[in-house]
Design a protein around this ligand. Structure first.
Ligand SMILES: [Zn+2]
Length: 685
């Protein structure tokens, strides 16, 4: 009896080894995970049992070559599970996540294997390694130690138990949150309740209701942040209040989707895990290989941002309360009013409303004539759409990317539209990682949750959405320009507080005069965006920064506090812990709630950003500083782009982050360009 081979058993024969989405079925993932893990176990056993003395080639390079099938299924599954899940895939994730975590443990807790790695590490200066090899060896050694290779057998077993439990809880959190968010959608049978939304948005709400078989109703699905975009336009204060409450309490309903017990347990187990390694708390355990290195550095950095942010928040609250009063109302500002009245001020001050802007931001044009154009002008790369590469969902677009000399660089997929089966937010990852050792070129993808237009209508997006597209493609370029030998240090395989640097840096080009003029054209007339509107967008981008920065600082502090717990601490009451943590920030968190509440803070509970949310601010310091360097050196030029590509974008983790950054910038990063960009201190950036 013959079995069909798994579509993951060998490398795909499609260009760039692109996954065979045309052949892969939901039922293929689980057996492929099992087979992939078994193959890597055998490979690792061969390396560990090698009778010959360890060499870089027979140990480190061999580890880097191992696990090909597992890598293929893992990368592909990671993509579809986050972007296009269903009950079958949920089940696979639930079953395989703890097994994968145990599989990783089995490699990094393998005593014979660690002995070989340690022997190499101890003689690293005499091995004639090149600098990338030395870096890879060092990172392997640290990863083994960090994974518990030096723990006693008893502690190793304790660690395995903790890792298994954590993997299960993290998956459970993610699934509860997705279901809770879906269930907390705002539903109304009164069209009047949606006053303030435009015709297309109301049609969309009707369609969203029909998609869930709700006739004669309108539905607003929740975005993953605390604030919901529609709160800026909804005129009915009760509707706003209800929508905000649905968002704020989405995962705190006391039902099967309530995440509080799960996260309190995760925080406790993480503290216990850190203690096994002798760290005072989980944040200290996590930060050792980040650019910031210690919680103290993070707190110090954030503390520098608070005074200017709080001063701006006070100004904003005064302005909003005055606007409420001016409109003949006499209530006190609440978080659900913020965006609505901020939008009024924005409109007054900058004569700008989203509906006037959207016709100039048609998604396809933004992608081709904006995102791609900027990459072309800076780095010389070009793009060609391919319709012959299979995708995971019909809306996904695929482009082949070519280098300045016409040689092929890689593939880029774009999955932009919001779906109920997609996790919230936006992200980038690789379907195939770059490595000259493995002979693979990068295959990257960008996912977002932009509103899908009704059939036949163009996708008109906000400037924030435009920024998201530039952001995610900044990650994309970091992946595409990778030129490493070893997967461990390739492309975006860098610390969290470095990985957002290229993506946030890329956002700056959305407002570059040359780039903006190229893509911002009226969808009906083709006319360029009027200079006054451009000026308004630029000034508006610097508006409301007390809120914008404040909600991120609050979330970052919340994250740091959850991971500052000692192993001896009791299981926390989530709501009380949260309000205590927010009170300590020194900011106005009553009017300006954290961007994510503990109970729906996906980044820190399931997406690998535990004690890492500060990284968005830290990398903002880096990207604004780098952009100030561009400004000082002539802005958007091929020469400047090439320098950035050579020194940062193509370097992966082949160098220490601080040295890499300082070599480019000429000195250590500082917060001045960041505060200027956000208009919290005078000056331009
Ligand atoms: Zn990002």
């Amino acid at each position: 009896m013959a079995f069909a081979a798994s579509p993951f058993a060998t490398a795909s024969t499609l260009p760039y080894q692109a996954p065979r989405f045309d052949l892969i079925h939901d039922g293929d993932y689980q057996p492929a995970f099992e087979q992939g893990m078994a193959e890597q176990r055998a490979e690792v056993e061969t390396i560990a049992a090698d009778g010959s003395p360890p060499t870089f080639e027979n140990t480190i390079a061999a580890l880097e070559r191992s696990g090909r099938m597992l890598d293929r299924v893992n990368n592909t599954f990671g993509c579809v599970y986050a972007a296009n899940t269903n009950p079958v895939l949920d089940k696979v994730q639930e079953t395989e996540a703890p097994k994968l975590s145990a599989h990783q443990d089995a490699i990094f807790l393998n005593t014979r294997l660690f002995a070989r790695v340690k022997a190499l590490y101890d003689q690293r200066t005499t091995l004639n390694l090149n600098s990338e090899q030395l870096q890879v060896l060092t990172l392997y050694y640290q990863a083994f130690v960090h994974a518990g290779a030096q723990l006693s057998d008893v502690d190793k077993q304790r660690l395995r138990d903790l890792n298994g439990k954590l993997a299960t809880l993290e998956t459970s959190f993610q699934q509860k949150l997705l279901a809770g968010t879906k269930a907390a959608a705002f539903v109304t049978n009164s069209r009047d309740a949606l006053a303030g939304l435009d015709g297309a948005q109301i049609a969309n709400a009707e369609k969203s209701a029909l998609d869930r078989k709700l006739t004669g109703k309108w539905l607003l699905a929740l975005q993953n942040t605390t604030q919901q975009p529609d709160l800026a336009s909804l005129t009915d204060r009760d509707t706003r209040h209800r929508l905000f409450d649905l968002s704020w309490n989405r995962s705190e309903q006391g039902d099967a989707n309530d995440t509080r017990d799960t996260i309190a347990t995760i925080a406790q187990l993480r503290a216990q895990k850190a203690a096994l390694f002798g760290y005072p708390d989980y944040a200290s355990y996590v930060l050792y290989d980040q650019m910031a290195k210690t919680p103290a550095t993070v707190h110090q950095f954030i503390a520098q941002l608070v005074p200017a942010t709080l001063a701006e928040q006070k100004r904003e609250i005064g302005d909003l309360q005055a606007t409420i009063k001016k409109s003949g109302q006499n209530f006190t500002l609440a978080p659900w009013d913020w965006n609505f009245y901020a939008e009024k001020i924005r409109h007054e001050r900058f004569n700008l409303d989203e509906n006037a802007v959207r016709p100039y931001f048609e998604l396809n044009r933004v992608l081709r004539d904006g995102v791609f154009y900027a990459a072309n002008q800076l780095y010389g790369v070009t793009f060609r759409e391919r319709h012959d590469i299979p995708v995971w969902q019909p809306d996904v677009m695929v482009f082949e990317v070519f280098d300045k000399d016409g040689s092929s660089l890689g593939l880029a997929y774009f999955d932009y539209f919001k779906r109920d089966d997609k996790s919230g937010g936006a992200w980038m990852s690789n379907l195939v990682g770059q490595s000259t050792l493995l002979g693979t070129k990068p295959v990257i993808y960008n996912v977002a949750n932009l509103p899908k237009p009704a059939k036949g209508q163009p996708a008109l997006i906000t400037f924030e959405d435009v920024t998201t597209m530039f952001h995610e493609f900044g990650h994309g370029l970091h992946g595409l320009f990778a030129k490493q030998t070893y997967p461990m240090v390739s492309g975006t395989s860098v610390a969290r507080d470095f990985v957002e640097f290229p993506s946030q840096f890329n956002e700056h080009w959305a407002l570059d005069p040359k780039v903006l003029a190229h893509y911002a054209r009226n969808v009906t007339t083709g006319a360029p965006m009027p200079p006054a509107l451009i000026d308004s967008i630029k000034r508006a981008a610097r508006f409301n920064q007390g809120y914008r920065l404040g909600e991120i600082i609050a979330a970052a502090e919340l994250d740091m506090d959850w991971h500052a717990l000692a192993a001896s601490a009791a299981k926390q009451d989530v709501d009380r812990f949260e309000s205590d943590a927010l009170a300590k920030t020194g900011l106005d968190t009553g009017n300006i709630p954290p961007r994510y509440r503990s109970s729906y803070f996906l980044h820190i509970w399931a997406n690998g950003y535990a004690s890492g949310y500060y990284a968005y601010l830290w990398t903002e310091m880096l990207d604004d500083a780098a952009f100030s360097w561009f400004r000082a050196h002539g802005g958007l030029t091929r020469e400047n782009g090439q320098r950035f590509r050579d020194m940062i974008l193509s370097q992966g983790h082949t160098q220490d982050y601080e040295s890499m950054f300082e070599a480019f910038y000429g000195k250590a990063p500082d917060i001045t360009p960041m505060l200027k960009t956000r208009a919290l201190i005078p000056g331009e950036n």
